[in-house]
Write a protein that binds this ligand. Structure first.
Ligand code: PEP
Length: 250
């Protein structure tokens, strides 16, 4: 989309210890002013590395996010991390509702919606993930599922500064399979229509990322699809060279 600045986000998932900080520094160093004029780039390491990461990349163009948060600000929630704590680590983004959270932790759309509101409260930009399973895709239910997730996971009042949508077909995550560019175009057009219908102008300006097996060798094709405003990258974000190659399609 012409007037949306592209955004590429790396999701390290439950990977990464301090020995991987050199990959992080390499990514930050590769992100020169020229490239970051064209594309915003964020990395979401595990929460154990959030603060050391923001410290390390402070004077670079690399942005930092977290992978999940709790809906409450604080309290008796052993093992959880609030959006405020993430903001206190000077991160700017938080992924919410990733399919692995939906599946492994039973997160519902209502839970995710509350977490997005928590992100807004803490002034984090929420990256809200939606996606159909392979069964739903095969049954021709993708749009119905995505429409519902979009409606129920994204709170009223979302805009382009507070919210990014990530379309991640569950069957494409970590599998090496991707939808065809035509399929991606159809889904992203559908999502754009729903966003504009619900949010008006802000819905026109909200970034819609594609995620699921984005690699250096397919990124150019996927990122050139209309209404694809960037990527959410799992596996290929772990190596600076691969991640930068994806960013450099812009
Ligand atoms: C993800 O989990 O957000 C993702 C897109 O993973 P991968 O790139 O490894 O498929």
């Amino acid at each position: 989309t012409p007037d949306i600045k592209p955004l590429v986000v790396g999701n390290w998932k439950m990977n990464g210890d301090r020995s991987m900080l050199d990959q992080l520094a390499l990514t930050a160093r590769g992100l020169d002013d020229d490239l970051s004029e064209r594309v915003d780039v964020a990395l979401c390491p595990p929460a154990t590395l959030t603060y050391v990461t923001t410290t390390l990349v402070e004077d670079t163009n690399l942005l930092v996010g977290a992978q999940n948060c709790h809906a409450q600000e604080k309290g008796a929630h052993t093992g959880d991390i609030s959006a405020e704590m993430i903001a206190d680590c000077e991160a700017e983004f938080c992924i919410v509702g990733h399919s692995e959270r939906r599946t492994e932790h039973g997160e519902s759309d209502a839970t995710i919606r509350a977490k997005v509101e928590a992100c807004w409260r803490a002034e984090l930009t929420a990256i809200v993930c939606i996606g159909e399973t392979e069964t739903q895709y095969d049954a021709g239910e993708a749009e119905a599922v995505l429409g519902r997730q979009l409606m129920e996971s994204v709170p009223d009042g979302a805009n382009e500064n507070t919210t990014v949508i990530a379309y991640e077909p569950v069957w494409a995550i970590g599998t090496g399979k991707t939808p065809s560019p035509d399929d991606v175009a159809n889904i992203h057009a559908f999502l754009r229509d729903r966003l504009v219908e619900r949010f008006g102008g802000p819905g026109e300006r909200m970034a819609i990322l594609y995620g699921g097996s984005v690699k250096p060798d397919n990124a150019a094709e996927l990122m050139s699809v209309v209404n694809v405003d960037g990527a959410l990258v799992g596996g290929a974000s772990l190596k600076a060279q691969d991640f930068l190659a994806i960013c450099e399609v812009y």
